[in-house]
Design a protein around this ligand. Structure first.
Ligand code: M6R
Length: 572
């Protein structure tokens, strides 16, 4: 949520920041801005809208900061776009996160004569820096500013000609290249320059022109690491959209996710002795809920919980509890906060995360990497199937079963993608003007139906509702009228009952689409997928991802950047 990027080095900074912000724009695309340190002082350029549709500003500078915004405080306007500056235009700040005490700080600063130009919480930071910089040296001014901020932040500041950084609660990573230093919310923004990174911890701060990193008044050691991510994976290549590229990449990524080391065994041992909660948001919650059925069959009672609604479970968490935290980004604030609360009660944390070096990857007792490579499209696709693959692998380990079946499913993915593309395209043409789509399934296919509805609605803006098939007759069936599309997920375990529900909606005129290994007269359209026992949900996701993609195209929506969304949700 909001991407920030700074550079200081030997190269021209503005083109690097402009290019890097484009890479970061999945974190927010309401507005963007760049501020460069030039011979004439700070020069700023801001625009409303998506940076990928804009021209590059030209500043002669080797030090600059930039921001791409997902609006929290204040409307989407040029005034509210970052960077924000002090009144004299000598200090500039870009910020990701929320300053919770911004209103109090603003009043206090206004009492001191400071005038605010925007509605943002961020603007208190340049004014605070200004206040302290007039009284103290750079280090003290920055430290004193940090002491006044409550909430979560990662920010970069151009302060008296120096590039300063600080993080507390939002991600920030330094990229060390031969030509200079990058400081960013996310690695892909500088991956084409360097894979050598230093991941900052909460409380860290410093200046790019020093090698020291501070936490409070102490100098801390933060080791550099080499990221495994491949720069090519962060590029769209010949694909029209990242979404399609990432859907197709599942031909490899499911297989990669299954290729894990001894951590799976350690995690499986832990799980088989404890009470388990699976936490996630959005798609990551849905995949956890799907996997909970398979875990239950293996004798593990795993309670899926939305991370944002974890509180009622907290009284039951203790040193015997295991939390499986699922997150593509590893930076979802709701998940991080729930995990923190659970840790306070001595729970053990297993995180299944895609982004290396992220908060959830680092803060877990056992971290199992998804290995999907950068997922740039705002929609979770390859990370969802990676999560399912890893959770199934864990269950197989608990049951002492060979993972061959999962490998078989991974090997089917290319075929499923190729076979279902055409029908997904045709269906998208047929359904493009529909007002609502319902998706139903039973057992693990019930949360899968919820995930299907999430995919459809977030990218095509068609209202979609996913539910357990058995719940239809308890209310939602009132919405079924002739022509309403109902997508039915069924497999050998659930088919008999699910088909009854399909027939109930068909009797009321619904247009029934079956995603099933077998055809049935209830289905007006049949999308065939292989029935590979517990691996079926993983494969059933593929046609729905494709359908969502083509629906977005049919309706003229941008599949990579749906409106109002951001890839990494770092606020609560
Ligand atoms: O990075 P995470 O997996 O923690 O993100 C969780 C959700 O924000 C994410 O799955 C979201 O629902 C996506 N838009 C789904 O496509």
């Amino acid at each position: 949520m909001c991407g920030i990027l700074g550079y200081e080095g030997a190269l021209q900074a503005t083109p690097l920041i402009f290019k890097g912000l484009k890479q970061l724009s999945y974190r927010g695309y309401d507005s963007w801005g760049i501020c460069a340190q030039t011979k004439k002082g700070l020069q700023t350029f801001k625009r409303v809208g998506d940076i990928t549709k804009s021209n590059e500003p030209k500043f002669d500078s080797t030090k600059a900061i930039g921001h791409t915004r997902w609006a929290t405080h204040g409307k989407v306007t040029q005034k509210n776009a970052h960077p924000h500056l002090n009144e004299s235009g000598t200090i500039a700040v870009v910020h990701n996160g929320i300053i919770e005490n911004a209103d109090d700080l603003r009043l206090a600063l206004e009492d001191e004569g400071y005038k605010f130009k925007s509605e943002t919480d961020t603007e208190v930071i340049p004014h605070l820096l200004d206040y302290f910089a007039k009284r103290y040296d750079d280090h003290t001014a920055l430290l004193k500013t940090l002491k006044h901020l409550k909430g979560s932040y990662a920010f970069l500041a151009l302060l008296k000609g120096r590039l300063a950084f600080a993080r507390d609660g939002s991600p920030l990573v330094i990229g060390l290249s031969n030509s200079g230093k990058f400081i960013s919310s996310d690695i892909p923004s500088f991956l084409h320059h360097t894979r050598k990174t230093i991941v900052l911890e909460d409380g860290d701060w410093g200046f790019a022109d020093e090698d020291r990193i501070y936490s409070g008044k102490e100098i801390v050691s933060r080791p550099a690491r080499i990221e495994s991510w491949d720069v090519e994976v962060a590029k769209k290549g010949t694909y029209p959209h990242f979404m399609l590229k990432e859907i197709e990449e599942q031909q490899m990524t499911i297989r990669k996710a299954l290729n894990q080391d001894g951590r799976i065994k350690i995690a499986a041992d832990l799980l088989s002795r404890s009470e388990v909660y699976i936490l996630g948001c959005g798609t990551s919650y849905n995949t956890g809920a799907i996997a909970s059925y398979e875990l239950a069959k293996a004798g593990i009672r795993a309670i899926p919980s939305l991370a944002s609604e974890f509180e009622p479970h907290l009284p039951f968490i203790n040193e015997d509890s295991i939390i499986i935290a699922l997150s593509q980004s590893g930076e979802t604030k709701d998940v991080i906060d729930a995990v923190r609360e659970a840790k306070k009660k001595q729970a053990k944390i297993i995180s299944i995360v895609n982004t290396p070096g992220s908060t959830l990857a680092r803060g877990a007792d056992i971290h199992i990497p998804m290995k999907s490579g950068p997922e740039i499209c705002v929609l979770s696709t390859k990370s969802a199937t990676a999560q399912l693959a890893i959770l199934s692998l864990l269950t197989h380990e608990i049951e002492n079963k060979s993972p061959d079946l999962l490998r078989e499913a991974a090997a089917c993915a290319p075929h499923v993608i190729a076979q279902t593309k055409r029908v997904a395209k045709q269906l998208a043409k047929k359904l493009k003007d529909t007002r609502s789509i319902f998706t139903i399934g039973r057992g693990p296919l019930a949360p899968l139906a919820r995930e299907a509805a999430l995919k459809i609605k977030e990218v095509s803006y068609i209202h979609a509702e996913g539910m357990p098939a058995g719940e239809l007759k308890h209310g939602p069936i009132a919405l079924i009228e002739p022509g309403v599309p109902v997508i039915v997920f069924a497999d050998s375990n659930t088919r008999t009952l699910t088909i009854s529900n399909a027939l109930e909606v068909k009797a009321r005129g619904a247009y029934v689409i079956g995603i099933d290994s077998k055809n049935h007269p209830a289905y007006d359209t049949h999308i065939q997928i292989p029935d590979i026992e517990e691996a079926t949900p993983m494969l059933a996701l593929l046609p729905i991802q494709l359908l969502s993609y083509y629906l977005a195209l049919e309706r003229g929506c941008d599949p990579d950047k749906p409106r109002n969304l951001a890839k990494s949700v770092t606020v609560r």
